[in-house]
Design a protein around this ligand. Structure first.
Ligand code: SF4
Length: 752
């Protein structure tokens, strides 16, 4: 909204104690009018998240059965305004701006320039992007891929915005070429959830529905999640639960406004400012301390015998070993690691015992730590101990942060898809897919850094900015032969390129997608495994744009030739063909093309939720626990988490305000507990550099941050990503899931 730079000195005021309200309407409309104008705003916002409309390109919160006229939140409106802006980045723009000049601008400015309009090429040694025809671009990609010594020298990255149809074709292209190098943004976000839930419940997804949260639950624990900013419509479901008498406990180092009170602007109560109190309890947990908290909780439940022995005997295994380990746990250790007292954990156990329908919701606050996988296994044990799986109002709810990140994984975007999927792909398409696991996100950076990659293709996203260890990642990109970006808007990934680069601009979610076979629609899958259609409404932002599907088919056609057994050209024109292939390959998608036309779509099967069938190694729900882990923080250091501001979606910076936390016109702040400020000999408002020291002994520095006194858990601080990704070493990852540990970085605050 302002041309302030992200390094300008921010204004710091009091944080808010309530989320949304009339200001959310004001800011939604301000973004909409500024970017789209009245006509496009009406055309888009009136159809967003509606049955015959398009799916919000932002988070993956599900749609209620009964939708309101305005079925979107402030950050959804910003995301749509950002995509459907009237501004354009065309050939003239690139002629005016060299790479060097563009690099001098910040992320907000880059994306704020508008929608990409035509394919652009950056030749080796070039200083400016130049126009290129689609056919020439496809041939160039095909030539570079054919020139590789091995298919494994290509990497196919996916961000969570790609539709199911595009994602299915993208994995097909990579595997037809002969590689499983299919990293995605899930590797950086909920990979720890998928890993732990697959081990314990036999499915890497949540086991609850919208209605479970809104209409059935009695107690909802919200851990490591900030719904007020990252899943705002969830507040409506939480309000419905509260009005039904459900209790909510927030487990978070920060007292986020959306966890305190919700002023629903679509209700008199919300407009009046009274709103609805969300969390009944706020447990200010230490970063990475959730494992200890849930282990303590499980210890209490077992010791009190407050467990569902019948459920445990029939549907689970592992209780004996786990119970012994919980019994041996030392309360002092639980308290020091979690930052939560025994009394608080005992009180939480009272709550759990008093309510027989318990849901645990979580997001990045749990998944980006070294001990994230054991933490989420501990939560699965917590739910299994009292049979809170597979019945109304109870279960596990990892809330996804990107609109189709779950769908992309379901479509095969994973570097280690199971043989059953690869067998089905072989049977459907008649070629033998590669079986050796490929690179995930972190391994992809290592491969590029080590000169083992010739071609890097990004289906959406802003990879070198989103991944950890920014300096290493951006430098690694320069060691690739060709980088290809399939995006809607200019971003920093177009500036940190290989020796040559292509920008292939695609249609957005809000835009009509018309082929020779007529108007096409795509599908997505939300956090609750609901698969539904999405139909854009606006005319494309430029006549030169192509859909993600058509771009992938264009590359494949150029690479494999028009006589390939796979009819890429036909699939590029008729997405129903793609869905029929999906129906044959992906479990749960039978009669896909018919069922997705049902209003609201259909829900994918989930053994644990639907029938207490646990597709685990033992065929049982696994009750497990792991030794408590904690990061040692040397004296004079703090544990830092990275987070989003309220004016941000992933690496997209809509503006410089973070009004819920009292920050305006700037992003260079670090939130620190007042006692820590004093203990470190610093002052509120002082300028500091954040310095992290990794096992590789190398110092990583984020300079020029203003200390902001904030009620975060003692010993724990917070600042924004992607700027702080520079502090997270590439090799600092969660065990088993390889997810960057962006929520627990040991730092010192050095006076600037
Ligand atoms: S809650 Fe998420 S999906 Fe819904 S409108 Fe907001 S950003 Fe979009």
């Amino acid at each position: 909204m302002t041309d302030q730079r992200s390094d300008s000195d921010p204004e710091v005021g009091e944080p808010e104690h309530a989320a949304v309200g009339l200001p959310a309407i004001y800011w939604s409309m301000k973004y909409a009018m500024n970017e789209m104008g009245p006509k496009r705003s009406l055309q888009t916002l009136s159809k967003m998240n509606h049955i015959d409309g398009f799916d919000c390109p932002s988070c993956a919160w599900p749609d209620p059965d009964r939708r309101k006229a305005a079925e979107f939140c402030e950050n959804g409106a910003k995301a749509v305004a950002w995509e459907a802006t009237r501004k354009r980045v065309d050939a003239a723009f690139f002629a005016e701006h060299s790479i060097a000049d563009l690099l001098s601008h910040d992320d907000h400015w880059l994306e704020h320039q508008g929608r990409l309009t035509e394919p652009m090429h950056l030749p080796a040694g070039g200083t400016h992007y130049q126009p290129i025809s689609w056919d020439a671009a496809f041939r160039l990609v095909a030539d570079r891929m054919r020139g590789m010594a091995s298919p494994d020298r290509a990497i196919f990255y996916t961000s969570g915005r790609a539709s199911n149809e595009a994602a299915f074709l993208y994995q097909l292209l990579a595997r037809r070429l002969g590689t499983n190098n299919l990293p995605d943004c899930s590797n950086m976000c909920h990979e720890s959830s998928g890993t732990a839930l697959t081990q314990t419940l036999g499915v890497g997804k949540g086991t609850v529905t919208y209605d479970d949260i809104a209409f059935e639950s009695k107690l909802i624990l919200i851990a490591g999640q900030n719904p007020g900013t990252n899943h705002p419509r969830m507040l409506t479901a939480l309000e419905e639960a509260k009005q039904r008498g459900a209790r909510i406990v927030a487990i978070n180092p920060l007292p986020e406004a959306g966890l305190v009170r919700f002023r629903n602007p679509q209700t008199p109560r919300g407009i009046s400012g009274v709103g609805t109190k969300i969390a009944d309890e706020h447990l200010s947990v230490r970063l990475g301390g959730d494992q200890a908290l849930f282990a303590g909780l499980n210890k209490v439940l077992v010791e009190r015998g407050a467990i569902d022995t019948d459920f445990i005997e029939r549907y689970t295994d592992g209780i004996a070993v786990a119970a012994e380990a919980w019994a041996a746990l030392d309360w002092a250790r639980i308290e020091s690691i979690s930052g939560i007292t025994r009394a608080q954990i005992e009180a939480l156990a009272d709550d759990v015992i008093a309510n027989d329908r318990v849901i645990v919701c979580w997001a990045m606050g749990l998944t980006q730590h070294k001990n994230s996988v054991p933490t989420i296994r501990e939560i699965a044990s917590f739910l299994l101990l009292r049979g809170n799986i597979g019945r109304p109002g109870a279960g596990a709810a990892p809330i996804r942060g990107h609109s189709n990140v779950q769908g992309d994984r379901t479509m095969g975007i994973w570097e280690k898809m199971p043989d059953a999927f690869l067998d089905a792909l072989r049977d459907e398409f008649g070629f033998e897919p590669p079986r050796e696991h490929g690179h995930d996100a972190v391994a992809s950076v290592r491969a590029m850094r080590d000169g083992e990659a010739d071609v890097f293709v990004a289906l959406g996203g802003n990879f070198p900015v989103a991944i950890s260890d920014t300096e290493v990642a951006t430098e690694a990109m320069t060691r690739v032969g060709l980088t290809v970006g399939i995006q809607t808007k200019l971003n920093r990934s177009h500036l940190h390129t290989g020796r040559e680069a292509l920008i292939l601009p695609c249609l957005g979610r809000t835009e009509r997608d018309v082929t020779s076979a007529g108007a096409q629609f795509v599908t997505v899958e939300d956090s609750m495994s609901m698969v539904h259609s999405s139909r854009g409404r606006l005319l494309p932002g430029s006549p030169h744009l192509r859909s993600e599907v058509q771009i992938i088919c264009g590359i494949a056609d150029a690479l494999f030739g028009s006589d390939d057994a796979l009819d890429w050209r036909a699939m590029a024109e008729d997405y129903g063909l793609i869905r029929r292939h999906i129906a044959h390959v992906v479990p749960g998608f039978h009669a896909f093309d018919e069922r997705v036309l049902h209003p609201g779509g259909f829900q994918l099967p989930n053994g644990a939720r639907d029938s207490l069938k646990f597709d685990t190694e033992t065929g049982k729900g696994r009750i497990t626990t792991s030794p408590l882990e904690t990061l040692e923080v040397p004296p004079g250091h703090l544990l830092l988490q990275t987070l989003r501001s309220h004016d941000q979606f992933n690496t997209t910076i809509y503006g410089y305000d973070d009004r819920y936390r009292g920050i305006k016109k700037g992003r260079n702040v670090v939130f620190v507990n007042p006692a820590d400020i004093t203990a470190l000999g610093l002052n509120d408002g002082q300028q500091v550099d954040l310095v992290s020291i990794a096992d590789d002994g190398r110092e990583r520095r984020l300079p020029g941050l203003r200390v902001v006194s904030y009620s975060t858990t003692a010993g724990c601080a917070a600042t924004y990503y992607p700027e702080a990704n520079v502090l997270v070493p590439l090799d600092s990852v969660a065990a088993e899931s390889n997810t960057p540990t962006s929520k627990s970085i040991v730092v010192r605050l050095e006076p600037a």
